[in-house]
Ligand binder design. Structure first.
Ligand SMILES: NC(=O)c1ccc[n+]([C@@H]2O[C@H](COP(=O)([O-])OP(=O)(O)OC[C@H]3O[C@@H](n4cnc5c(N)ncnc54)[C@H](OP(=O)(O)O)[C@@H]3O)[C@@H](O)[C@H]2O)c1
Length: 326
């Protein structure tokens, strides 16, 4: 049985991308075979498609860390043919053939049954990026964030994680401040629910100072680097920063002062290895009390427009969520 797939090969000229027909027999072992209906583009897919060894070690490869589709075959008692399912994270699209192919075969303990209240397409507009935004907000709540505590800052705000975080936080009643490098996207962020839009230069002011004015009750940080630490220095007493990304770099210089004088928390967020039971809880929230209409964020992609979108996400130029339709 054949299926269409995006294909990344290592050649003497670097990493080359194409669309090919693949054989189902070439997919890895797994007890669930899924006909993929939608996938979505995440920053990590850009890394996988351009040969980043921290993401994908073995080429040729089909990236795609997200997939939503219909179970075609299952030897697991948890799933039956015809079930609608979501698969994100674990090894999907890293070293396991991913959602940029029209079929995936995966272990059943990577698979979540589609909750009532979500459908295949809306689950992939959320995708790993939106799921991670929700995970950050859940972690901030668990650390004490309430909507009366003060504004919440979102960095990398026009990106996948950032745009969903802005929209969901605003819907939950938080005052949202958004940082963006795109001066022409202020209206977009205000329409999503941001009450204040800051430039990257503004957020980097006072980098040399040990502490900044107490402004935010919480931060969803997708950027990392020194922007992360400057945002942490601007937290109100007892506030928290959820760190999930590194588009601005993995390292930052820091002092202990915000921790010991302002009682702030630096919270780590990982969506990849999060146990499946915890993933199910967050998907169920996104289908019920955290259900959010993200249709305005969707950019429809097909296999033949994926490569251009990958180039844009690597340059930080994507806005919202690129959703791959089969
Ligand atoms: N921990 C996890 O499980 C997890 C899950 C999903 C994603 N992530 C990480 O989260 C980050 C964001 O992912 P994404 O899918 O949302 O990516 P994305 O769609 O490319 O969004 C990232 C945004 O960050 C901003 N940005 C880009 N380069 C920057 C730079 N050099 N300095 C400052 N800001 C910059 C841009 O927004 P503006 O132009 O608006 O500033 C860009 O749109 C990535 O590092 C990704 O690996 C982690």
């Amino acid at each position: 049985m054949k299926f269409n797939a995006f294909w990344v090969e290592k050649t003497e000229n670097g990493f080359e991308r194409s669309i090919i027909e693949r054989e189902v027999d070439d997919l890895p072992e797994g007890d669930v075979l899924v006909d993929v209906a939608y996938s979505s583009l995440n920053y990590k897919d850009g890394l996988s498609a351009s040969g980043s060894p921290g993401v994908t070690r073995n080429y040729p490869h089909t990236p795609g860390i997200d997939a939503a589709g219909i179970v075609a075959e299952s030897t697991s008692t948890k799933f039956s043919q015809g079930d609608e399912v979501i698969v994100i994270g674990f090894d999907l699209g890293m070293n396991t053939s991913g959602g940029f192919g029209a079929k995936i075969r995966v272990p059943s303990d990577w698979v979540v049954k589609m909750p009532d209240g979500l459908d295949l397409r809306s689950s992939m507009i959320i995708g790993t990026a939106g799921f991670t935004a929700a995970e950050c907000i859940q972690k901030l709540e668990m650390a004490g964030l309430s909507k009366d505590a003060g504004p919440v800052l979102v960095t990398g705000a026009t990106g996948g994680v950032g745009s969903v975080a802005v929209k969901l936080l605003a819907q939950l009643g938080h005052e949202v401040h958004a940082v963006t490098g795109k001066s022409d996207k202020k209206d977009f962020l205000v329409a999503l629910g941001a009450s204040e839009v800051l430039s990257r230069d503004q957020i980097m002011e006072g980098l040399e100072k040990p502490l900044l004015k107490e402004t935010w009750a919480g931060v969803v940080d997708t950027v990392g680097g020194d922007m992360l630490f400057n945002a942490l220095k601007g937290l109100r007493y007892g506030g928290s920063l959820a760190a999930c990304g590194l588009v601005g770099g993995p390292s930052f210089s820091a002092t202990v002062l915000p921790f010991i004088l302002r009682h702030v928390n630096l919270l780590g967020v990982d969506s990849v290895q999060l146990p499946i039971g915890e993933k199910e809880i967050i998907w169920n929230r996104l289908a019920s009390d955290w259900k959010v209409d993200l249709s305005s964020l969707e950019e429809v992609l097909h296999l033949d427009s994926l490569s251009g979108a990958i180039d844009r996400i690597l340059k930080g130029e994507m806005v919202g969520r690129g959703v791959l339709h089969y």
